[in-house]
Design a protein around this ligand. Structure first.
Ligand SMILES: [Zn+2]
Length: 419
């Protein structure tokens, strides 16, 4: 099928702007440190606001400091929305977040240049502080605590002051909340940040959802004792028990094969001395999957194994929940439309979960959500060598455009079907 019949975004401008935006916060090694609320972040947001306005988007800030650009639709009903974030981690790259924002602006420019007005209003959203508190998307989803004391930013700065400083209004944070009646669908284009697409030689990832995450602290209590004088059969060695827990976690996540992942990433040993039988160990546990039932099943199975390990090693083992983020599945019809849009554009696809958190995770809490991934070279992200080739960025933006066009028709038909 000839591609000419499909609208195309301006790939050259998109890739030029990806480079231009990297000037804000760029370090000598090429890495980008545009931390949320920093002067570089403010400069980047200002630049993006200008590009939004040039594309015909009307801009505003909401109380969470989210920068929102909006095109009116033929009808005044709910909007189709896209967007991502401009903030980076320290020493981050040029593509994480930025691609989704700039692609959204390109979509607006393309619509305007082709004198096309969608049935639905269209919004491009720059979310506040994605890399730390995710305050922007959480406020929109209504999942953000309103008490500033509930947040602990990595640099210790108070979230309320930060939000006010970028033009938000902390005391009105609750008003940033949006509903399905205001946004009927949210689609985010993002770099994969892993190596799955590159390894499989596919061009577009159709994201099935953002995985849920559950974290626990496991405490194993034995009895510290002399490493020379305590016979093996009289020991209550907490580290020997911990080693068995680590292996059990790995086994439960590996067999039978599936998409779930589970990790013991941190261990602390007391008293941590060469000549003392370890008396206490604290271990972290991190479990992720798209399906909450799979996470629950793994944790239940582990609890049974832990009881057996405790008995066999004469230790006591406690497992205490620390953090729970429920999975956020992508809407089936949006996954189908992304797959069809990719096929229309002659691009190969792969269905995959997102294993990293994104603003789309929170948006999916209240409206239909979808995500489009493009490959990350070498699977590297959050690094100065993060790279996605220009043609892949352009392809992702074209899939975003085509997806939004098809969603515009989808929701128009859906509204007609309603009584
Ligand atoms: Zn990101």
């Amino acid at each position: 099928m000839p591609l000419q019949q499909y609208l195309q975004i301006n790939g050259q401008r998109l890739n030029q702007r990806l480079q231009e935006l990297a000037r804000f916060g760029q370090a000598a090694d090429g890495g980008v440190s545009r931390l949320a609320f920093s002067p570089a972040d403010a400069q980047g947001r200002h630049q993006v606001q200008q590009w939004m306005q040039q594309a015909g988007l009307e801009t505003r800030l909401d109380p969470a400091g989210n920068l929102i650009g909006r095109l009116p639709g033929q009808l005044s009903g709910p909007a189709l929305a896209t967007g991502s974030h401009l903030d980076t981690v320290p020493g981050g790259g040029k593509f994480d977040g930025v691609l989704g924002v700039l692609a959204g602006i390109e979509v607006a420019s393309t619509l305007r240049d082709s004198a096309l007005v969608l049935t639905h209003p269209y919004e491009v959203i720059v979310f506040t502080d994605e890399e730390d508190t995710m305050i922007g998307s959480r406020a929109m989803a209504g999942t953000a605590p309103l008490d500033a004391a509930a947040y602990r930013r990595k640099d210790g700065s108070p979230i309320d002051d930060c939000v006010n400083q970028v033009g938000g209004c902390w005391s009105q944070l609750a008003l940033a909340r949006r509903s399905r009646e205001q946004i009927c669908a949210f689609v985010e284009l993002h770099v994969e940040q892993g190596g799955v697409l590159e390894t499989a030689a596919r061009q577009i990832g159709v994201v099935q959802g953002v995985v849920g995450m559950q974290r626990y602290q496991i405490t194993i209590t034995g009895r510290p004792n002399h490493a020379g004088t305590t016979p093996m059969d009289l020991r209550q060695d907490a580290l020997v028990a911990a080693a068995q827990v680590v292996l059990a976690v790995n086994r439960l996540a590996t067999c039978p094969p599936g998409q779930r992942v589970a990790t013991v990433g941190a261990l602390q040993v007391w008293p941590n001395a060469a000549n003392i039988v370890p008396g206490r160990v604290q271990a972290s546990l991190d479990v992720r999957d798209l399906d909450q039932g799979v996470i629950d099943h793994l944790v239940q199975s582990l609890s049974l194994e832990i009881a057996a390990i405790a008995e066999a090693t004469h230790t006591s083992i406690d497992i205490v929940p620390q953090l729970q983020v429920a999975p956020s599945p992508a809407a089936d019809h949006i996954q189908k439309i992304i797959a069809r849009a990719s096929a229309d554009l002659g691009l190969s696809i792969m269905a995959m979960p997102s294993r990293a958190g994104h603003d789309a995770l929170e948006m999916g809490r209240f409206t239909d959500m979808g995500m489009i991934f493009v490959p990350s070279q070498g699977g590297v992200s959050h690094s100065e060598v993060e790279y996605t080739p220009p043609e892949a960025c352009t392809q992702g933006a074209n899939v975003l455009l085509e997806t939004l066009l098809q969603l515009d028709r989808y929701y128009s038909l859906e509204q007609m079907r309603q009584p």
